[in-house]
Design a protein around this ligand. Structure first.
Ligand SMILES: Nc1ncnc2c1ncn2[C@@H]1O[C@H](COP(=O)(O)OP(=O)(O)O)[C@@H](O)[C@H]1O
Ligand SMILES: [Mg+2]
Length: 375
């Protein structure tokens, strides 16, 4: 590899699927607004966002069953669809898997998987058996869909979608029909198979957990636009705005006003770089990042500089949640409510006063949406 071939390098950089500036309106309302993204072979990108934000519409345009108003779709560097060119859906070599994945009830498992396959009989049979073995259903080839569990049917659907060796796999909430117990296992198996097949995967989901578990890259979508993209770790830990934090977890919000790029709160000072004087800011903190300490006969905690100042809260209720405990506080300084979670079992009695601190490295400071200063 001492003389890297430029041709190979280009091939490596060319995404399998690339969409540029896709737009789609219904009845004058933009539901997909300038969406661009790229997916490489063997990689999973999750389009993540609340219901109605335009995820399925984006997927349908890529599949070719819906036409964009503007924008381009490229596969392996070739234009397959803009407003003039249009490769029909059946020639796009794209595999599809949806929530209501509907196997053909009157066809056996074997016939279902072979449905979209070309080639001679022997080659088809070989590929069908290979895919059924891959999803662990080799012994079910003569069964009919109604004889299988939901999870098994799902795996048949996956085998069917992958049998023609699609270059791209589009999946729209494919696991939401499965019960929780099955889901995690099937997600992991599916991911392994997709990686082996080297398809570029675009997976749509409204569940942050699913996206965190499956994605190499998350594209966070809201109101038809992609508002943030990145590896799950980065999207979770460097959110672009308050809504991006709250989409992944419960949040606490403390309002402050900026003076000299700082805001003073009962929890001490927070940096607000680049925010003009007088602007209201929201300090956003996840419940697991609030630190709790005992009063120790009025002496209180010894905060480090990263903890800021402690503030007193009165326990309102404590709940055991299994892997963590959730404690709700009423803050002494302004009567506001804050929620903290701690690992394992910690269930302080209502009425107990505890000190709360906010870790500077775990909070996010955003200009407040309504811009009003703290009152
Ligand atoms: N064929 C259609 N005609 C009119 N409105 C539609 C049509 N399809 C989707 N929409 C609207 O477009 C928006 C985005 O829908 P969709 O892409 O299905 O969102 P998601 O998959 O993120 O839940 C929704 O408000 C939906 O009601
Ligand atoms: Mg949808």
């Amino acid at each position: 590899m001492s003389h890297p071939c430029p041709g190979n390098r280009v091939a490596e950089q060319t995404p399998r699927l690339e969409i540029r500036n896709l737009c789609r309106s219904y009845e004058g309302r933009r539901v997909v607004d300038d969406v661009s993204l790229a997916v490489r072979p063997g990689h999973v990108t999750c389009l993540l966002g609340p219901s109605g934000c335009g995820k399925s519409t984006t997927l349908r345009m890529i599949a070719g069953v819906e036409m964009q108003d503007s924008g381009e779709i490229h596969v392996d560097g070739k234009l397959i669809c803009d407003t003039r060119t249009r490769v029909p859906p059946e020639l796009r070599n794209i595999g599809l898997m949806f929530q209501d994945f509907a196997l053909f009830p009157h066809l056996s498992v074997f016939e279902n998987v072979g449905f979209g396959l070309n080639g001679d009989r022997a080659a088809r049979a070989r590929r069908i058996r290979e895919m059924l073995d891959r999803v662990g259903l080799g012994q079910f080839e003569n069964a009919f869909p109604h004889e299988l569990s939901g999870g098994e049917q799902q795996r048949v659907a996956l085998a069917r979608a992958l049998a023609p060796r699609p270059r791209i796999m589009l999946m729209d909430e494919p696991f939401s029909g499965l019960d929780n117990r099955l889901r995690d296992g099937i997600r992991d198996e599916t991911l392994d198979i997709l990686r082996e097949e080297d398809a570029a995967v675009l997976l749509v989901t409204h569940e942050p957990n699913e996206a965190m578990r499956m994605a190499d890259e998350i594209a966070l979508m809201r109101g038809g636009k992609i508002v943030q993209r990145g590896a799950p770790y980065n999207v979770y830990n460097s959110p672009v705005d308050r809504d991006a934090v709250s989409f992944f977890s419960d949040i606490n919000v403390i309002r402050g006003t900026v003076h000299g790029a700082l805001t003073d709160t009962p929890f001490g000072r927070f940096l607000a770089p680049g925010v003009p004087d007088g602007q209201a800011v929201d300090i956003v903190i996840r419940p697991q990042h609030i630190k709790i300490d005992f009063d120790r006969g009025g002496r209180g905690p010894n905060p480090t500089s990263i903890d800021g100042s402690p503030a007193l809260g009165v326990v309102q209720r404590s709940r055991f949640m299994g892997s963590e405990s959730l404690i709700e506080f009423r803050m002494e300084h302004d009567g506001s409510t804050l929620r903290a979670t701690v690992p394992n079992v910690f269930l302080p009695q209502p009425g107990l006063k505890l000190w709360l601190m906010i870790r500077r490295d775990r909070c996010f400071v955003f200009p407040a949406r309504d811009g009003r200063a703290a009152g």
